[in-house]
Design a protein around this ligand. Structure first.
Ligand code: SDX
Length: 427
């Protein structure tokens, strides 16, 4: 702890402790402030608020740094695997070969879902957005796994965590299959986590499905890039839901609902739709002008970030992965050239430079996902699939945090003061 922070309010002076983390900004501990001053802090959108202590993920927005348990995202994306990153986020250290094998086997053995869960899909229209299906089906999981909903039992917390990480790809693949009218495929335990997901999504019972190793590696890397990201909106939703003691399945369903928003995880779908609407580079100036026009609600989707005021390191890896996948699969998409040109123009435009708006993780992801064969409606489902690892790790950290209590913010009330009721005849 460094020097105290001083606050003068109502003619009185107050000192509040300043807490220092391993790296990153200090925090002013204001937990006693309301009791001492009868005033709240005011911070809509929590732009200056730390909601918790965490050891999972560190972001330096000015430098464009992202660390998971101290390991840089670029190194993890190049050298690790999604299962290994999941183990790292859940347990705090990189696994040994034996630990990784054991963890992967445990996850693999939980990939099947209760057979009656398939009935939930039949209630949806075939053209239902897959994120609507994910919200509904994941929220219903607690109806099937009562034996792992006691949040105070560490054994049950671990089982629920493994079930969520293991079953989310199966449910995601089922959501896709339902939308295209194809039968669900059961998991194949001989495949990797990501290979299994690809087969359940793109395979059909009528013939064997060969997992393309280039696609498998690219997909696994995309999952790594989306695994966790500090206290973003959906993670904060999971933590807030969990703070009431809600079961982990309900908490993850809440996170999925929040992620769906176009300002958050829904931006990957919106970004590709935007790039397709722009079409050719000659139309870019028109969209840049709209993004800068205060009277136009249009924003460049996949650009800007609450924390990154530099290039999102995940976008760097994502752009590189587009090139690798295109070269390897011998495919191309003119929208990639449009995206590169849009980035170049925006990063040289004073509006974007002054506001420090850079491409974020969602700007390039849709281009790869589209090349692999996913429809745009599935993009945020894939984000939710990967982020389930981070949500589960953050939920576990919150539940075991001694400082944890139910989240209950206050407000600045600007409504009417108390007034007498007026009968209907007098109005
Ligand atoms: C994700 O939090 C996370 O970590 C999220 C995430 C994760 O992994 O969990 O990283 C994933 O959600 C990435 C972000 C995906 N969203 C988008 O790409 C949607 C487009 N981006 C914006 O809507 C916006 O940049 C946000 C929502 C991402 C961040 O918004 P902030 O921090 O609240 O900033 P703001 O809306 O107050 O904008 C600051 C200024 C404003 O102008 P002024 O009012 O100050 O004049 O920048 C402008 C905004 O109008 N601005 C943009 C813009 N983003 C911000 N102008 C044009 N295009 C944009 N994309």
């Amino acid at each position: 702890m460094t020097d105290a922070a001083k606050l003068s309010i109502g003619g009185k002076d107050f000192d509040y402790p300043v807490l220092t983390g391993t790296i990153g900004p200090d925090v002013v501990d204001i937990r006693k402030m309301y009791g001492q001053t009868s005033a709240f802090t005011y911070d809509p959108g929590f732009t200056s608020t730390a909601s918790c202590q965490s050891t999972l993920t560190y972001i330096d927005g000015d430098e464009g740094v992202l660390l998971h348990r101290g390991y840089a995202i670029g190194e993890l994306a190049e050298q690790s695997s999604f299962m290994e990153v999941a183990y790292l986020l859940l347990n705090g250290e990189l696994p040994t070969k034996e630990e990784l094998a054991g963890f992967s086997t445990t996850i693999t053995r939980h990939t099947m879902v209760h057979e009656q869960l398939a009935a939930f899909f039949r209630g949806f229209r075939r053209d239902a957005h897959p994120m609507a299906i994910m919200c509904g089906v994941v929220g219903a999981l607690s109806a099937f796994y009562h034996d792992s909903t006691d949040i105070h039992d560490p054994v049950q917390r671990t089982i629920a965590s493994h079930r969520l990480i293991a079953k989310i790809p199966t449910i995601a693949a089922m959501a896709y299959k339902y939308s295209v009218g194809q039968p669900f495929l059961y998991p194949d335990n001989s495949l990797s986590y990501t290979g299994n997901f690809l087969r359940m999504t793109f395979g059909v019972p009528a013939e064997p499905y060969e997992v393309n190793p280039v696609v498998e590696k690219a997909m696994d890397r995309i999952f790594i890039l989306h695994a966790d990201h500090e206290q973003n909106a959906s993670t904060s939703t999971v933590r807030l839901a969990g703070s009431s003691g809600a079961n982990p399945f309900a908490c993850i369903a809440a996170g999925i609902a929040c992620l769906w928003g176009p300002a958050h995880g829904g931006a990957n779908e919106a970004a590709l739709n935007m790039l397709r609407e722009i079409g050719t580079p000659d139309r870019i100036p028109e969209f840049i002008a709209r993004a800068k026009d205060k009277n136009d609600p249009f924003r460049l989707m996949g650009f800007g970030h609450r924390v990154y005021k530099n290039y999102d390191p995940r976008a760097t890896v994502m752009q590189k992965t587009v090139r690798e996948v295109f070269d390897s699969l011998k495919v191309s998409d003119p929208v990639f050239e449009t995206a590169l040109r849009l980035e170049e123009i925006a990063l040289n435009d004073p509006y974007f430079v002054e506001k420090k708006l850079f491409p974020n993780v969602d700007f390039y992801s849709g281009i790869i996902l589209s090349a692999i064969g996913f429809p745009t409606e599935m993009f945020t489902v894939l984000f939710a699939l990967a982020r389930t690892v981070g949500w589960v790790a953050q939920w576990n950290e919150m539940i075991t945090d001694p400082d944890q209590k139910i989240g209950r913010p206050r407000q600045l009330y600007t409504g009417p003061a108390q007034r007498p009721y007026v009968g209907l005849d007098q109005r």
